[in-house]
Design a protein around this ligand. Structure first.
Ligand code: 13P
Length: 343
């Protein structure tokens, strides 16, 4: 394992003003997202959609990396250039999702377990040779009546740690994603407790498996009220809860924390990240983004599967990336959104 290269890549992914686009939706997930906006999901529509995103001029200014799905890393743009090369030409580092999605925990139908460890060590070298430099694995924790269970928290943390060890062994930077879901009517305090529990358990497992913490990135949820909770925490409250929880749970050796958007609206995801970066300085890690929905929602709608809408969809995508780039330094404000509307 070349720790120096891993650490350099991890730091590069969280350079100032840039963040990550998660474009690694599985067939099932992209199918759902496409259906919601009236696009048929085919190999060609998925390819064309991702080409639209990746060929957006100037996107490398705001994106340091893009997470791809296995199908996408093998696809090419209409001019024959591999999509992965399109990203590299934009100065963007290609990454790859390597988990095999979730199943119900055995005997615990309301909880999830992420699969994909079997054969993982054999799958990674190919991705590395293709040009991927980092990976992602998502674990899912649900808050509800009597859950999460210790069994679920520990099994998923253990899988995350083994995944991270396999990746570092293969020369790839692992993004470790323990997501506590926003679904449910839980309070922000419940989210806080479960997030801290999951993070502490994950870092204990990472240490047990000798993972170099300076060569990973953490991709957590923000600490936030459940989507159906009657009382919704405000922007500054979410920012404060989130940073305080991370300060209690995440070692300073980790170079960066790249949040998922997890069902927040695009504006909320930008506002929350901005608030954290404006309310705190001197944090031990960079606070950045690795959003899927919060970056793609509007551009996907506007594109709608029609080549005629590519330019407009790209304009909207670039704007959203720029807003999140500003949130990286706490310099985002509402006027920046208004300017876009006026344009
Ligand atoms: P969202 O930003 O839509 O939560 O997706 C991030 C992600 O990569 C989930 O694994």
């Amino acid at each position: 394992m070349n720790t120096e290269v891993l650490q350099r890549t991890a730091r590069e992914l969280v350079t100032a003003g840039r963040g990550i686009l998660a474009a690694d939706e599985s067939h099932g997930t992209i199918g759902k997202r496409f259906k919601a906006v009236g696009i048929e999901s085919t190999e060609e529509s998925r390819r064309a959609y991702r080409e639209m995103l990746f060929t957006t001029e100037g996107i490398g200014e705001y994106l340091s990396g893009v997470i791809l799905f296995d199908e996408t890393i093998r696809q090419s743009a209409s001019d024959g250039t591999l999509l992965l090369k399109v990203l590299e030409n934009q100065g963007v580092i290609p990454g790859i999702k390597v988990d095999k999605s979730t199943v119900s925990m055995p005997l615990r139908p309301n909880e999830k377990y992420t699969q994909g460890l079997d054969g993982l060590g054999d799958r990674l070298p190919e991705y590395r040779e293709m040009g991927a430099r980092f990976t992602k694995w998502r674990a899912v924790i649900t808050i509800g009546e009597g859950i999460p269970s210790q069994a679920c928290v520990e099994a998923n943390a253990r899988a995350l740690a083994l995944y991270a060890a396999f990746c570092q062994d293969a020369g790839l930077v692992p993004i470790v994603e323990p997501e506590v879901l926003i679904d449910g009517d839980h309070t922000i305090d419940q989210c806080d407790r479960v997030t801290e529990w999951m993070l502490r358990t994950t870092f204990t497992a990472l240490r047990e498996h000798d993972v170099d913490l300076a060569g990973i990135l953490l991709k957590p949820n923000m600490v936030i009220s459940g989507k159906e909770a009657s009382e919704q925490a405000g922007v500054e409250e979410v920012a404060r809860y989130t940073v305080e929880c991370l300060l209690r749970s995440v070692p300073a050796a980790v170079p960066g924390i790249v949040f998922l958007s997890g069902g927040q609206t695009d504006l909320q995801a930008t506002q929350h990240l901005n608030a954290m970066n404006s309310m705190y300085d001197d944090l031990p890690w960079e606070l950045s983004f690795s959003y899927a929905r919060a970056l793609q929602q509007k551009p996907m709608e506007v594109w709608g599967g029609d080549a005629q809408n590519v330019e407009e969809a790209q304009r909207i995508f670039l704007h959203r990336a720029k807003m999140n780039s500003a949130a990286r330094s706490g310099s985002y404000n509402q006027e920046m959104e208004d300017e876009e509307k006026a344009a």
